[in-house]
Write a protein that binds this ligand. Sequence first.
Ligand code: NOJ
Length: 553
Amino acid sequence: MEATLKVKEKKWWHNKVVYQIYPRSFYDSNQDGIGDLKGICEKIPYLKELGVEIIWLCPVYQSPNDDNGYDISDYYNIMAEFGTMEDMQILIDECSRNNISIMMDLVLNHSSDEHPWFQEARKSKDNPYRDYYIWRDGADGREPTDFQAFFGGSAWEYTEETGQYYLHTFSKKQPDLNWENPKMKSSLFAMVNFWIEKGIRRFRLDAIDYISKDLDNNIMGNGPRLHEFLSELNRNTYGKRADTVTVGETGGNNPLTARMYTKPEHHELDMIFQFGIIDLDGVRSGDWSPKPYTLKDIKEVLEKWQGKLEPDELEGLVLNNHDNPRSVSRYVSNNPQFRIAGAKMLATMLHGLKGVPFIYQGEELGMTNIKFSDISDYRDIETLNFYYRKATEGWTEEKIMEYIYRNSRDNARTPMQWDDSKHAGFTKAEPWISVNPYYKDIHVKQCLEDHTSVFYHYQKLIRMRKDNEVLVYGDFRMICTEDEKVLAYVRTLRDKRLIIVCNFYEEETQINIQNYGTGKVLLSNYPGTQTDLSRLKLRPYEAVIFQVETVSL
Ligand code: NOJ
């Protein structure tokens, strides 16, 4: 049976790709070693060349940077190191002139402990801001409960002033806001509207599944009022406009709970991120222990999610972000010979899926993980806390560093590699975190000069999504399900059918997909890809998008 287009409403952003910028590490325009807003502005031509039309900025608000901007001390101001509100307005306007819109990070689950609300709240139990946060008495001289914070240690922190503890899901400098307090909510809604007024129409909602809790029943996230709160946020802010786009960072979902966020009639969010694949190997699990997985597990994730999407539903597709190690280092053999083919294969796999792909800066160059020999070269609070905690627990230095090499968020946070000059052309000063020593081989200048580079592969994929509606709305169907080396799936829309085939390994292999028709190569990461689908030989990490003549399945 042929798939027909059942989407109720096509939206302009459905065929777009989002590019995530970690401003601290993107481009330093004023030579202080830290990336900034003017730096992003200077690189708009690069973003245009790539073809992205939405850029997501990790938080640029004023912050003491305990968690690099995810601890906000003033939601109405720009972090001084990044520039001024005027620079932000220039960036918004400049982007808009270039048909690029900005997605801002909304950190609504917590603020900084240096936010005036918290500074007030901690003073006394009857302070008007006290209920902006979550306070409890200790239990028998200890923390109220044994909740653990994401970055290690108890999620409760004692304050001398009132002898009570406050809750922090992340670091102790990120106290959780109390969404049960209507005044607190109104303050956040006013802030979101301030940014909408400034021209921002896209939002990424940080850790949004944590805003509702049920502490009496030991529930820190995904609490009973989560969807009510989100719908309230929507109706009071971005939901009032038709031209907004939102994506939520949420965890622990299955396709049914995911739908709760994105059903249009629920008025919550447009999309949530799909972390199914990047959650498989244990990198983002609490204890960082490696979890073995195979290609079969990746197939199961895709089957479970992509296979079950309603025509209207789009996932935020991700293999990289600022919280994860680089995908090439993670999913491709560490033999440098395969880096380029591997990076293109992963990109093909992701961009062929149904949803909105999110590219993280440097992914389009095939940037890799780092291995700094000394812990003092690392900057990320989660990494540093892990190091000191494990050292106290008696782990050897070697074992701790092995875990850090594999898992650290700093793998993704080293400066963007623009050229092969000192500090990779990111800055002329000492960068806030060292550049990846591989920058001499992997950088923008080289990629732009080489038409076979990873960059141009991404450029083609981005363009293909705009030119092929089947990639946006087509049905998803996994094929070759039992094959242990090859991931293959079909996207079908009316009489258009594409087959996406990815060899996930460094060995050559062969598959037979002749049942699906005869193919024409639309995109491949190798020259001279075969078209005999009955004996399709795939080279190491070869990835192909075939357009096939439809045969009834
Ligand atoms: C998720 C963000 O992506 C991460 O970088 C941050 O540390 C936590 N939320 C806390 O805001």
